[in-house]
Unconditional design. Structure first.
Lengths: 678, 70
């Protein structure tokens, strides 16, 4: 669908006929500048209303679409004309509303040979087929309000619209038609077969055989369908298990448990060695103590060897007595000259005596103790070595434990077990169903053989042409069956792939601009949101959500267009694609995201219209300038403040224009001016 | 954004398109082609009234009957 032009009259702020020409192709962008309450939303709604008969959620006073006069009355009539091209045909859509009639009147014309040919009797239905009402809101919307279309309560319609846009509706209708045609062929076969049965009993037997075959066939199809469902369930659950059952985290848990066990064992070993060490010390306590004591005793003895002589007074008295007697104990004569000699001899004698006595006391026990202590020291060193070894191992395990703790991630074992149980249950069901299917296939074969026998039993009486026709029909039905199976599988596969493809394309587009490290996720139901590194939904700020909304729409359009351009979808022929027309597209989005959003939208669409306030214009002007084919400004007059200075300036092509005027002589109204005429 | 990164994204997009085209061409069996033709007929007649639907059925029947299943 390509828009040509739109005319509004008596519509909201626009009293007079107001026309917008839309551009497309190399410069696909039409810009309408307007300040708040100037009429941007009114123009968006004119387009939306003409196509659907509804207004967007954010339009105020939706019941009053007429132009309002200053006295409080209204024009009593409004009209929107839209000219567009679709599938090579030019159309004119005209929707009018009059106060005196109930509801709007819609007319649709196709242009043929330069003449307008009315489309009757259902112009609304045809318009809805060109652009379904449910889809229009995804092409004509206001930026801030877009989240409402995908939000709560809109899930189903959002998904349906996406399916329509991407061509799934046509594919589903094609498969439905194939099923209807197959049914008709089967009925035809039954009719021919009945003709072949001449006798009533033959016909009865034959009908029973057919009924039996159909019942078995139904049971077989049901079992096959259930098996497919369980297979899907198993696949989904296993995929989830794979997602949850992180091998690295699991290994961390196993290693952590092993470390804990090892730490416990080594701690026990350490305590045991310390206990044995203490026992050893207790066992050799006397020897150790004795050795220590005698070591100290030895020191005392050594000390006293030097001073262990007879007291000098006694020596001197003894020597004097000997000298006085002048004869020694050995009989030799003595005189004063022998004094020194006597002194020396006495000293030697006493020392030897003391030394002998003390040394004897010293040596005997200490030898025993020394032997015991030597044995103790060997054992004690062995314990010390073992303890050191155990403590080294313990330190190593404690270090490992801390490392694995860092890699540990909580695994939802309960959920995992629940999923595993579901898989087990489903697999048990599948096993049973496989048995049932084999049984039904066998029964079906028997039933078919019986039908064949009943048919061939009367072959002589039957018309050859009818039997040939039945054979042809059976061959055709086999083709229908094949196409339906392939079509159903294709649809299922493509539906699943499309959401993944969208997510991938969105992330490629966003990666260029996004200031936060998030990724977009698109579910199988086409719900979408940002997720963090852990895969869980996460909140963002700065208008990133709005950027995601706009990127989603842009990538959806791009995907649909790719199917149009390349016919790559096969069964998925292109769905409807309308031009994007967006009022206040960037809402409260951060200024640095606005050029990104504009670039993404422009890259996806071959016709696009932005209705912009001056603040949005300033942010994206440089980005979009090269793609702008048409530019308008909405001027508004407010007669309530006559003579007030014109306000709301906007600079276009270096020239400043005031969008709000205060001309007391005129009425309150808005009008549109092509920038080229300024 | 650096030039290298820009080139990286451009390459990624190009490889995606090539990958998709290759995947589709591999998957396009005779059945897929027939289904594509049928869907195109359905789409072409989507905007017309029901009086032309019988014509649609006839066209589909012709496509199915002409299909060679291996």
């Amino acid at each position: 669908m390509i828009l040509d032009y739109m005319e509004v009259e008596g519509w909201r702020q626009f009293r007079d006929i107001t026309r917008i020409d839309f551009v497309s192709g190399e410069k696909p962008l039409t810009i309408v500048h307007g300040e708040n309450s100037g009429g941007k939303t009114a123009l968006l709604n004119a387009l939306y209303w003409c196509i659907t008969g509804d207004t967007t959620p954010r339009l105020d006073r939706t019941k009053n679409l007429f132009y309002h006069t200053p006295s409080g009355g209204d024009s009593g009539k409004c009209k929107v004309t839209l000219s567009f091209e679709h599938e090579g045909v030019d159309y004119h859509a005209i929707r009018t509303l009059e106060a005196k009639t109930k509801g709007s009147v819609f007319k649709l014309f196709a242009v043929k040979d330069g003449h307008l040919k009315p489309i009757e009797p259902s112009p609304e239905l045809t318009m809805d087929r060109i652009l379904p009402k449910g889809m229009a809101k995804y092409f004509f919307f206001d930026g801030e309000g877009f989240h409402r279309t995908k939000g709560k309560g809109n899930g189903s319609s959002f998904k349906d619209s996406i399916k329509t846009m991407l061509g799934f509706d046509f594919a589903e209708e094609a498969i439905d038609l194939l099923k209807q045609l197959r049914k008709a062929k089967k009925s035809e076969i039954e009719k021919h077969r009945s003709e072949l049965m001449e006798s009533e009993s033959e016909q009865k037997d034959y009908r029973e055989a057919i009924d039996t075959r159909d019942q078995i066939d139904d049971a077989l199809k049901k079992a096959q369908g259930e098996k497919r469902q369980f297979d899907d369930l198993i696949e989904q659950a296993e995929s989830k298990i794979k997602e949850l059952d992180d091998p690295e985290a699991k290994r961390a848990q196993v290693e952590l448990d092993r470390c804990k066990r090892e730490i416990k064992r080594l701690t026990g070993e350490e305590q045991e060695l310390v206990g044995q060490q203490n026992s050893l010390i207790s066992k050799h306590a006397v020897a150790l103590f004795g050795k220590k004591l005698f070591d100290l005793g030895g020191e005392i003895i050594d000390k006293h060897r030097e001073v262990g002589k007879l007291p000098a007074d006694y020596s001197d008295t003894f020597i004097r007595d000997l000298l006085d007697s002048k004869i020694c104990m050995c009989g030799r004569d003595l005189d004063e000259t022998h004094r020194e000699k006597l002194n020396s001899m006495i000293s030697k004698a006493t020392n030897r005596l003391i030394d002998r006595r003390l040394t004897k006391a010293h040596i005997d026990p200490i030898r025993e103790y020394e032997a015991a202590v030597k044995g103790f020291q060997t054992d004690y060193q062995s314990y010390l070595n073992q303890l050191s070894n155990v403590r080294d191992q313990l330190q190593e395990q404690l270090k490992l434990r801390d490392e694995w703790k860092g890699k540990q991630r909580d695994i939802d074992e309960e959920k995992l077990n629940s999923l595993r149980k579901r898989v087990d249950d489903a697999e048990a069901q599948v096993t049973q169903l496989v048995r049932d299917i084999a049984k039904y296939e066998l029964l079906l074969e028997e039933a078919r053989n019986r039908i064949g026998r009943l048919e061939s039993g009367n072959s002589s009486k039957r018309d050859e042409a009818v039997r040939n026709r039945i054979e042809v029909l059976n061959n055709v039905i086999a083709k229908y069956d094949r196409l339906i199976i392939v079509g159903d599988e294709f649809m299922k596969q493509r539906l699943a792939e499309t959401s993944m493809e969208l997510a991938r394309n969105i992330n490629i587009s966003l990666a260029k601009y996004l200031a936060v490290p998030h990724r977009a996720k698109v579910t199988a139901d086409y719900d979408y949101y940002f997720v963090g590194a852990d895969g869980k939904p996460t909140a963002t700020g700065g208008g990133a959500e709005l950027l995601l909304n706009l990127t989603f729409i842009a990538e959806l359009v791009r995907l649909a267009r790719r199917r149009v351009d390349s016919d790559a979808g096969g069964l998925l022929v292109p769905g409807t694609i309308a031009p994007l027309t967006i009022d206040a597209p960037f809402g409260e989005m951060d200024v640095h995201y606005q050029p990104a959003a504009a670039e993404i939208l422009l890259s996806a669409s071959n016709q696009i219209t932005f209705l912009l306030s001056s603040s949005h214009w300033r942010a994206i002007e440089a980005t979009i300038k090269g793609q702008m084919g048409k530019e308008y400004v909405i001027f508004a007059n407010n007669p309530d403040k006559p003579g007030a200075t014109p306000s709301h300036p906007i600079t276009i092509a270096g020239k400043e224009h005031h969008q709000r005027l205060y001309d007391g002589g005129d009425v309150e109204r808005s009008w549109l001016v092509d920038v080229e005429e300024l | 954004m650096s030039k290298n990164l820009e080139q990286e994204f451009a390459d990624a997009l190009a490889s995606l398109s090539a990958e998709e085209a290759q995947k589709v061409s591999l998957e396009m069996t005779a059945e897929h082609k027939a289904l594509g033709k049928i869907a195109a007929i359905v789409r072409k007649n989507f905007y017309t009234d029901s009086s032309r639907k019988s014509n649609v059925r006839q066209q589909i029947e012709e496509i199915v009957e002409g299909l060679e299943i291996k």
